[in-house]
Structure formats: C-alpha cells, structure tokens
Design a protein around this ligand. Structure first.
Ligand SMILES: C[S@@+](CC[C@H](N)C(=O)[O-])C[C@H]1O[C@@H](n2cnc3c(N)ncnc32)[C@H](O)[C@@H]1O
Length: 316
C-alpha cells in the first residue's frame, strides 16, 4: 500500500534556482521538412501517478512516455512494505500508462538493477517482465545507458571486496550502466493518422550525423554528471533529448509519471513538445515550473507559440 507522505515546509531543501536558461531549438537546425505545431501545453500534477492517471488522463491521449521510476531503496522504502509490493504498485501504474498511450507508440522506461541490504535486485528483468509479459506491451529493445566517466557515488561500487582481497570469489562488477526499456503499444502501422502531418517531419542528414549518429546503436554514452542540479536522481537533459528526438516529433504530448525535478518537461519545452508531468512530492513543483518557463511566451525562428500552462494538486 502506498502511504501518504507528509512534507513539512522545513524539510524542503530542494534547490529552487534554475542555473541556466535553455534555448528553444530552431526547426531549421534539425529538419529539412517540418510544420509548426499549432498549440502546445505543459501540465503538472502533484499526486500519486496511479491516482492522477486514473482521474485526469484520458485513454489514448499521450504520444510517448519517458520516465525513471523511484527505486525500492533508501528514502523511497517508506512507500512500500516489500519488493513485491513495490513491483505490484509499478504494475498498477504502468497498466494505466498502457491505457493512456496511443496505439502504435513507444515508451522508454529508465531503470537500474540495484543492491539493498546485501541483496541484488534484477529490476531491469522484473520491469521488462511486467511491461511485456503482464501488460502486453510489445518488446522493442533495451538500450544500455553507459556512464563513460563511471559511477560517482558508492551506489553500484561492487568491486570493492575484490580489490581488497584480490580473490575472484568476491567479484561483482561495478555497475556503470542503466537500462532504458523500449516497448510499444500495438504495432507501428497502427499509429492513428500515420499518413497525417506528423509524417512530414524529416531530419537533415547533417543533424543525424552530428547529433544522432552515436545513438543509432543500443549502447548510449551519456555522462550523468553533466546535470544533477535539482534532484539526486535527475536525468541528464542530453538523455531525454536523445530519446525525444528518436521517438517523438514536435507537437507530440510527452508523459513523465515520476517527474522529480522536471527534466523531461524542460526538454519538451526546448524541443517543442507538450508535456504532462506527475510527481508525488510537492516540494518539486516550483522547480518543475521554473524549468518550464511557466507562463512565458515562446519565440523562436520568428514564430510565436502560444503555450497553455496548467497545474493541479490531486489528493492521494
Ligand atoms: C528517479 S526519480 C525521477 C527523477 C527525474 N527523472 C528528474 O530528472 O528529476 C523518481 C521520482 O518519482 C517520485 N515518485 C515516487 N512514487 C511516486 C508515485 N507513486 N507517483 C508519482 N511520483 C512518485 C519520487 O518522489 C521521485 O521524485
């Protein structure tokens, strides 16, 4: 059972300063052929993802999802009584994700295997099982997000005992990667309106060569240290950008059900996608909004785009 989380004002130590203003991309930098989306919106819901999805998000209203679920470790353990309980909750949430995603579209779920109190949990395998075998998404591929500079914290440093004793019986490799599980609802030929305007987007060869070439294979090198300014488990914006450039087009509606500090929304703003973000902890709402340039008009390539902004706190 999910417990209600009480946040005291005093505990709010989330960094609220946005240290860098992201510039929106110019369509002509990326695309040879494109059209300008007629409207964009950014919605932020504070509440439990399962409840918000059930109450607020309509069937087949979302084009793609990119998210990183909470870990069954550390402070997050306050929410679940066991690992099985945690997986059950994730299953209920992703059942709702299946309902709201448009048929034919892909979702990307970033998870990492982890160890807690001496036990190793194969979270990548367990999540894939839930998504594919239980919820019936179609499996596409798992991207390995490799961290070229290695891991910064003690998390994932498993080779210590081997180094200490220099004995192979102690060896467990250091974990310098995470998974991005890619699954599709239905088949790509079922995408509604595949013959419509979205099909008109065509990247420039120069953009693919410069920005996407290293990500056309299933091991993606992205340094986590480049960001991590607002949340302990923050996405590097580069990772979100690569995902969105490869699995969505401008004007799409992108969902992040575990928004944290709102990295997915910030990149949606930059790449002219609409966003729906859900986060349990209210202390993140201000930083999420700042990273979305809340309420400001957006001008780029001499176009003015009207953006609607919407926020709501949903009771658990
Ligand atoms: C791994 S972090 C996501 C960090 C995010 N990708 C970023 O760039 O900041 C997971 C987030 O999920 C939130 N969370 C945990 N359980 C949730 C639930 N049931 N519904 C919505 N959010 C939840 C946590 O508060 C945490 O901020």
């Amino acid at each position: 059972m999910l417990k209600r989380v009480k946040i005291k004002k005093k505990e709010n130590n989330v960094k609220q300063q946005v240290s860098q203003t992201v510039k929106p991309i110019n369509f002509s930098e990326q695309f040879e052929e494109y059209f300008i989306p007629s409207k964009l919106f950014h919605k932020v819901y504070i509440g439990d993802a399962e409840v918000v999805l059930k109450k607020k998000i309509e069937n087949e209203s979302i084009d793609t999802l990119f998210t990183s679920p909470p870990y069954y470790v550390a402070r997050e353990t306050e929410y679940w009584s066991s690992y099985d309980d945690y997986l059950e909750k994730m299953k209920r949430i992703f059942k709702e994700v299946y309902r709201v995603i448009k048929t034919g579209r892909v979702i990307g779920v970033n998870v990492a295997d982890y160890a807690y109190e001496g036990k190793h949990y194969p979270l990548g395998a367990d999540f894939t099982n839930i998504l594919v075998n239980e919820l019936k998404f179609n499996y596409l591929m798992t991207v390995i997000w490799r961290k070229p500079e290695g891991i910064s914290s003690t998390f994932g440093q498993f080779a210590g005992n081997f180094i200490k004793w220099r004995n192979p019986l102690y060896f467990i490799p250091n974990q310098n990667f995470e998974y991005i599980i890619l699954v599709r609802k239905g088949k790509s030929e079922n995408i509604e309106g595949i013959e419509n305007e979205k099909k008109k987007f065509k990247y420039k060869v120069s953009f693919i060569e410069k920005d996407l070439r290293p990500f056309l294979q299933a091991v993606w090198d992205v340094n986590p240290k480049s960001t991590n300014r607002y949340h302990p488990l923050e996405f590097p914006e580069k990772l979100v950008e690569v995902y969105l450039n490869l699995f969505s087009v401008p004007g799409d509606v992108v969902l992040d059900i575990f928004a944290g500090s709102g990295s997915t929304g910030a990149v949606c703003w930059k790449l002219h996608r609409s966003s729906v973000q859900i986060e349990l902890r209210p202390e993140y709402i201000e930083i999420i909004k700042k990273r979305l340039n809340w309420g400001r008009r957006k001008t780029f390539s001499a176009f003015k785009v009207n953006i609607e902004y919407y926020e709501e706190i949903v009771e658990i």
